[in-house]
Ligand binder design. Structure first.
Ligand SMILES: NC(=O)c1ccc[n+]([C@@H]2O[C@H](COP(=O)([O-])OP(=O)(O)OC[C@H]3O[C@@H](n4cnc5c(N)ncnc54)[C@H](O)[C@@H]3O)[C@@H](O)[C@H]2O)c1
Length: 405
């Protein structure tokens, strides 16, 4: 995560200015003391917006403990939260092994509710701490690549908790994944490289919500976007959105910049990399470095660090390939993550998911639950009103017409 010179506390306050939804929800939760007596663990990308969720849950009465992996940890924010008295299990310079140990210590605090990102802590808890899982009320999951394994765990009877799939709420994926991640990944690429996208061939691998956003922002800046998909409907949607659609192996020789947005391992393979043009860039906008063929790249010999967050490798064919952020999601690893307003939505959904879990989930069976529609509507309405928008009220006659058959 980039180190920005102003203090963590200043940046947390800066984010708070543009988080009207969380502010409003926090006012209600703190008046009601909704989370009194509960220990809530937050394991999300640790930056100023997330810190505001931590403060909101604390104000609602919870004891909040915080965890994050090194590549998504902003050390400024860690120090700021520690200065406010929070227990924070995160270190931006931790090794992989140290990261796992920090996650264990986080779980050993004994959580009632967990807010997870990618289900990594939820899975660790199921593997190593079944006795702690048995005492938990439930969890909320932030992202697509966390919801997928949770559903598999549930199908196999391994899931022992009710988990709200916050990611699958329309108020989350339609804004955070499309507009938020689209903007932040494309702008991170521009900031990291100081290049333009205009005229460059950009291949977006995976045309889900994130890929859609990345394609849109890249095209708006003049890129010639090619989409690669495995799903015929999503591929067809990309074509209707105006992009060329072709198999990655066919597009690779033209791919000056690649954004992988699949959330699945091996989206980019050794064969793809060997076919890239000289000087191409590889970026992950999706789940993480597992989308890239990092072992093959490391096996090519020593990389050359040519700029902060840019490593150059020489392929077997003798071409140079640049890897951004060591294959991690570039917007979280080397920029400030998604824009503040969009995270105001996602983190507000998380705050309300925690409240719902606290009040209702004690009786829920293990499983993956949708975020209730009233929550997503409340969040969307507050955001709209904060931006000066308003909704048309439904008349009785319209309501009747809608129910007629
Ligand atoms: N960087 C961020 O800030 C951020 C934010 C939100 C989500 N995410 C992550 O981004 C990833 C994508 O999220 P999403 O909501 O768009 O998911 P999604 O499931 O809607 O989209 C993934 C798409 O990739 C396609 N795909 C899978 N394997 C492929 C392959 N080998 N080649 C081409 N296409 C392939 C799928 O058919 C699907 O259309 C997830 O891992 C999610 O967790 C990252």
């Amino acid at each position: 995560m980039i180190d920005i010179t102003s203090s963590g506390a200043e940046r947390i306050a800066w984010a708070a200015r543009s988080m009207p939804v969380l502010r409003k929800i926090s006012e209600r939760l703190s008046t009601e003391g909704s989370l009194a007596g509960l220990r809530v663990g937050i394991s999300l990308v640790l930056e100023p917006k997330t810190a505001n969720l931590v403060l909101a849950l604390r104000d609602a009465g919870a004891e909040v403990v915080v965890h994050c992996g090194a590549s998504s940890t902003d050390q400024n924010v860690v120090e700021a939260l520690r200065g406010m008295g929070f227990r924070v299990f995160a270190d931006s310079s931790a090794s992989d092994a140290e990261d796992v140990q920090l996650a264990r210590e986080f779980l050993e605090t004994g959580l009632d509710i967990l807010v997870d990102d990618g289900a990594s802590v939820t899975r660790l808890a199921h593997r190593e701490y079944p006795e702690l899982v048995a005492k938990m009320i439930g969890a909320a999951e932030e992202t697509t690549s966390g919801v997928r394994p949770l559903k598999v765990m549930h199908e196999e009877g391994a899931l022992r908790l009710p988990v709200i799939a916050v990611n699958d709420s329309a108020a989350k994926y339609l804004f955070d994944n499309i507009y938020g991640t689209g903007q932040s990944c494309v702008l991170a690429f521009l900031d990291i490289t100081n290049l333009q996208l205009a005229g460059r061939h950009v291949v977006v691998v995976g045309y889900g919500w994130v890929g859609m956003g990345v394609a849109r922002f890249a095209a708006a800046l003049g890129a010639r976007v090619i989409v690669s998909e495995i799903d015929p409907i999503r591929a067809l949607r990309a074509m209707h959105d105006g992009y060329e659609v072709m198999a990655f192996r066919e597009a690779a020789p033209r791919a000056e910049v690649v954004f992988s947005a699949t959330g699945l391992a091996d989206a980019v393979t050794e064969e793809h990399v060997e076919a890239l043009p000289d000087g191409a860039f590889l970026c992950t906008a999706g789940g993480g470095a597992f989308e890239m063929p990092m072992e093959y790249l490391y096996g090519l010999g020593r990389s050359r660090s040519v700029r902060p967050a840019v490593d150059a490798y020489t392929t077997r064919g003798g071409r140079t390939v640049h890897v951004i952020s060591d294959g991690d999601c570039l917007n979280c690893a080397d920029a400030e993550g998604n824009p503040i307003e969009v995270m105001d939505l996602s983190l507000s959904l998380q705050a309300l998911a925690v409240e719902r879990l606290a009040h209702e989930a004690a009786d829920w069976e293990p499983g993956v639950y949708d975020l209730p529609v009233d929550i997503e509507n409340e969040v969307a309405r507050i955001r709209l009103e904060a931006a000066g928008g308003s909704l048309e009220p439904l008349t009785d006659r319209q309501r009747e017409a809608a129910r007629a058959w």
